[in-house]
Design a binder for this molecule. Sequence first.
Ligand code: GRF
Length: 198
Amino acid sequence: MKNIVILISGRGSNMQAIVDAGIPGARIAAVISNRPAAAGLAWAAERGIATVALDHKQYPSREAFDEALAHAIDAHAADLVVLAGFMRILTPAFTQRYEGRMLNIHPSLLPAFPGLYTHQRAIESGCKLAGCTVHFVTAELDHGPIVSQAAVPILDDDTEDTVSARVLLEEHKLYPAAVRAFVEGRLQIDGLRVREQR
Ligand code: GRF
């Protein structure tokens, strides 16, 4: 049985999709949030999942927070760390510690539009496609080996909200499938490429 620890900062809809997928051979060992009021924490607690709130504002530095976070993750013997709307820049020491066993979902077709406001930037750039990417986390923000992507059209009358909603539906399918592939040992990292055995 593989232990998954999910990190969130907000509503946690991707976390919910992964929990609801019921991935065979895996258990959600804990959900951790850097924001104590995150709606996703209450959702997980209601389902009997262990939850941890670690308020980053209570720590003197990014390093100190990341150390406390690693401590909380390791207390749940995580085989896989899943970032699901976890809105924190991570220190290199932290990303190295979980290299090859930490995934993130980003709402763009990486390497286009790393960082924030991805849908608005895609619309303003005249892109005809938007999408989402599941990738392994490395020290460089939103740049790790890509596991999977899904694309959706950007239509003439789209706004940030309509694109975001269309992409989110894809995120909820893409992320559980990627987590499942990891749990089943079907992902092989080769530089920036990830090969998935099907
Ligand atoms: C998602 O769009 C995800 O791609 C991004 O932040 C958002 C989180 O949404 N990293 P949720 O908390 O999973 O609902």
